[in-house]
Design a protein around this ligand. Structure first.
Ligand code: NAD
Ligand code: ZN
Length: 355
């Protein structure tokens, strides 16, 4: 486990990160370095990162407020203005240190400032390590619609240093783990089997699993960078998961669900639907449900709420030329894309979850 290269972007792990970055800085003749952080990564990640940096190039820190609510064009305008005031030029480098909000927004800012400057991603959440920082999707939200504005473009380097996970809150760790579980379910039974005892996972034994997860995502996005077919499999659990996430977000009586927590529910529902429509073994769907609920707990969704959540799905569908984007499983590691699912089967799936 050291370095892998994909779509002209190289991903480096742990110790190799800083050797690669420092070498990149020596070779590339950058005029200035800008580092984008939020208040949490400023406090928890930046000091460690700066200790590892070996360069004489001048460095400026740009801080934005954390949270999805700030992943918007106004924040970009703020960062573009700061870059401009600090005389950033086309030879400047932007280093994004943070979770998916920072890497998505920072990537977009870099790709658009002066028609594109080079950037490096340093993901500091588990979700951004195994998902957001790989694959080249950058962008921001437009109002309450997620990721509406953006471009596909890769950073020069992605530096995955799991040391940063030491300060990440547990709920954020669990949210990121959901994407790793998804990677196992859609692409690799052997990898999936490594997650059969989730209580055994700790920072001491996670590195290899993170590496394998990144490899799975890398292999998918390399074959289908623009999501015409294979990349759609990464949406497993996300059709209903997104609807549940939006429903909980917009409902003041509900506790907030992190993205990964909603996706876990979406994956259990999709596993059930797969048994009905794609021949997925019923016994495996039960195992998935037990494994996930034991670890993540059960999200309370009342019967009276099913219809509203299904309406939200249809809203998503409208945004997608009327195509439902259900990904189902024929078996573990064997997904089927673009599946049509009737409301009655979705309701049965909610009942399966609630039982
Ligand atoms: P996030 O960026 O909001 O980070 C979660 C929280 O953790 C924030 O409060 C952050 O300040 C804090 N934090 C980050 N690193 C920390 C550390 N090491 N120690 C302590 N606190 C730390 O959320 P996220 O889950 O990383 O990313 C979610 C975003 O990623 C969403 O906007 C989503 O759309 C995007 N995303 C993008 C892709 C893609 O392919 N580009 C894929 C998946 C998700
Ligand atoms: Zn996701």
């Amino acid at each position: 486990m050291d370095s892998i290269t994909t779509n002209k972007c190289s991903i480096h792990f742990n110790n190799i990160c800083y050797t690669s970055l420092n070498e990149h800085l020596r070779k590339s003749n950058f005029s200035k370095i800008f580092i984008l952080v939020d208040e949490n990564t400023h406090q928890f990640c930046l000091p460690y990162f700066l200790e590892k940096l070996e360069t004489n190039i001048s460095i400026e820190i740009i801080e934005i407020e954390s949270g999805e609510i700030n992943k918007n064009i106004d924040t970009c305008v703020g960062v573009w203005n700061t870059l401009s005031e600090l005389n950033a030029d086309r030879k400047s480098l932007l280093i994004n240190i943070g979770g998916g909000v920072i890497t998505d927004l920072g990537g977009f800012v870099a790709c658009t400032f002066k028609r594109g400057i080079k950037y490096v991603n340093v993901p500091t959440t588990l979700l951004s390590m195994v998902d957001a920082s790989v694959g080249g999707k950058t962008g921001v939200d437009l109002g309450h619609l997620k990721n509406q504005i953006g471009v596909i473009s890769n950073p020069d380097l992605v530096l995955i240093d799991t040391h940063f996970l030491n300060t990440l809150p547990q709920n954020q760790m669990r949210s990121g783990l959901a994407e790793m579980l998804k990677h196992g379910l859609i692409s690799d039974e052997k990898y999936w089997e490594k997650f059969q005892d989730l209580s055994m996972l700790s920072l001491d034994n996670l590195d290899e699993l993170i590496y394998e997860s990144v490899m799975i995502k890398k292999n998918v996005v390399e074959i289908d960078p623009f999501e015409n077919n294979l990349r759609k499999t990464l949406n497993f659990g996300h059709t209903l998961g997104h609807a549940i996430e939006s429903y909980f977000l917009s409902n003041p009586n509900k506790t907030t669900l992190l993205h990964g927590e909603a996706i876990v529910v979406g994956m259990i529902l999709a596993a059930y639907i797969s048994t009905e429509l794609a021949g997925f073994p019923k016994q495996v769907a039960h195992q998935i449900k037990t494994l996930f609920i034991d670890y993540y707990g059960k999200v309370v969704i009342d019967k009276s709420e099913y219809a509203t959540i299904i309406e939200l799905l249809k809203y998503d569908k409208k945004n997608n030329h009327g195509n439902i984007n259900f990904v189902l499983l024929e078996n573990i590691g064997n997904p089927r894309i673009d599946c049509l699912v009737d409301d009655t089967v979705i309701i049965d799936a909610f009942e399966f979850y609630a039982l």
